[in-house]
Design a protein around this ligand. Sequence first.
Ligand SMILES: *[C@@H]1O[C@H](CO)[C@@H](O)[C@H](O)[C@H]1NC(C)=O
Ligand SMILES: *[C@@H]1O[C@H](CO)[C@@H](O)[C@H](O)[C@H]1NC(C)=O
Length: 163
Amino acid sequence: MTNFAAALLLWTLISPSSGGGHGTEEHWPTHRACSNEGLELLYQSCDPLQDFGFSVDQCSRHLKPNLNIRFGIILREDIRELFLDISLMNKGSSILNYTYPICEEDLPKFSFCGRKKGEKIYYSGPINNPAFEVYKGVYQVLAEVYNEKRSIVACANATLICS
Ligand SMILES: *[C@@H]1O[C@H](CO)[C@@H](O)[C@H](O)[C@H]1NC(C)=O
Ligand SMILES: *[C@@H]1O[C@H](CO)[C@@H](O)[C@H](O)[C@H]1NC(C)=O
């Protein structure tokens, strides 16, 4: 929670609307989305234009269904439709590629679907995931969120450590 608050504060301070310029070769700071019961998720924004806040409640190796997450972001694009691509790697080899529709024209699953460019979104609530088990290891995760025009809305590379 504290990490999330820190990330959110940082995000507010350095987001484009606050006018702070920065070079594209700089990396955003690494944030901890959760750390608990042998599972840790660290992430870094890979969108050169902005950082964002993200955290997961009840993080554990035995991931419960319907996890609660929180995130805050400023929209770079309209999000009539929104998709999430996740790719998971372990020791350099690809394990999983997955696309999840977050907002579809006929099926807006979340209250923020349909928001416009420039609006700030803050979401805190369940994500309707199935339960699953995370096996021991260190995983690299790349997550891209994009709209119906395939314009990037958010991007993160993350490390998932399960010990
Ligand atoms: C995931 O996508 C990448 C890039 O398109 C590809 O190289 C990789 O083989 C895919 N992995 C799986 C498990 O399908
Ligand atoms: C994100 O990617 C960069 C560059 O490959 C890497 O140095 C960094 O450790 C990664 N961050 C996380 C949290 O996985």
